[in-house]
Design a protein around this ligand. Sequence first.
Ligand code: F6P
Length: 343
Amino acid sequence: MKIGLLTSGGDCPGLNAVIRAAVLHGIKTYGHEFVGFRHGWRGVLEGNIMDLPRTRVKGLAGEGGTILGTSRTNPYDGPGGGPERIAVMLERHHIDAIVAIGGEGTLAGAARLAEAGLPVVGVPKTIDNDLAATDYTFGFDTAVAIATDAMDRLRTTGESHHRCMVAEVMGRHVGWIALHSGMSAGAHAVLIPEQSVSMDQVCTWVSEVHERGRSPLVVVAEGFIPEGHDEVLAAHGAEQNGRPRLGGVGEYITEQIEAATGIETRNTTLGHIQRGGAPTGFDRVLATRFGLAAVDLVSDKGWGQMVAIRGTDMIRVPFAEALDGLKTVPQYRWDEAKVLFGR
Ligand code: F6P
C-alpha cells in the first residue's frame, strides 16, 4: 500500500515520533510505501506531497514540531475542497490511504471523509488532552513538564520579592494542563474553565498564603473566566477571533489580585513554549505506539476509526466516539487539587 501521512491543527511534541514509527513499522512489517502531505489538509487539496523513505525519519523520535508542517486548513475548505477533490488527488498520486494526525477539528474532517467512503484513519493529537475516547494524547505530558519547570522558577523569584506569581497556561476549553502542572508545582490556586471561582475566593487563597510568609503561586488556564466577570474580561481584550487571547486572563486576574489584596503580583504567559521542543520520554513512547497502531489499522482497512489508549492498551475507536464531546476535568479531580489551595 502507499500511505499518505498528514499532521494538522496546532503542532505538538511527538508528531515526528508518530511519523517515524509509522514509516519504519509500515516498511519493515508490511512493505508499505509512505508519503507525507505538506501542511495538513492543504497538502492533500493542493497535491503538495513529499516522499517519506526510511532515511527521512531517522532519529526523529525526540524532535519537536513536525517535518510535514501543519495548518488549520479543513479538508472541506474553499470551493475546491471535499471528498471528490481528495479522491482525485489520491488517485492521481496512487495513494491508498490517509493517516490524519490531529485534534478535534482534524478528526471531524477525517470522519466526514471516511463517511463519504474515503480510506482515512486517525491518530489523536492535542497538548490539551481534551479528546474523548483516549485517556492521553502525546504532547500533554511535555506541556505539563514545561509548565511545571516554569512554575518552579517563578516560585523562587516570587519568594525573593514576596510577590504573588501568576502563570497562564494553555487550555481553551479544558484545564488539564493547569490541573496537572499546578498539582505538580504545588500551586496555591488552580483556575480552569470547568470551575466557576470568584475573584474574592482567589484573593482569599492568595492572602492566606502571603500571610504565612510564602509567595502565592496561581496557575490559570487561558479559557478560565472568573465568576461574574464575562463582560469585563471580554472588554479587557481577552478574546481574539472568538478564542481566548493568550495572556488575556493571566493579565486580567493579575491586575485584580494586586488591586484587591495590595500584594505585588506578576503574570507570566507561557504560550507556545508549551508546544515547542523535544517531547518527554512518556510522549515519545505514546506517540510511537500510536504510529505503530495506526499502520496496523490501515493494514486492516479499518477506515473511519482512530487509535487511542485506554489504560495501557492500544485500542481502536470509531471517529464518532472520539468526537462525542470534550474530555473535561471531572469534579473529583478538581476537589482533590483544591484540598491544597490557600492556607
Ligand atoms: O492545540 C490547542 C492549543 O494549544 C490551545 O490550548 C491554544 O488555545 C491554541 O492551541 C493556540 O493555538 P494557535 O497556535 O493557533 O495560536
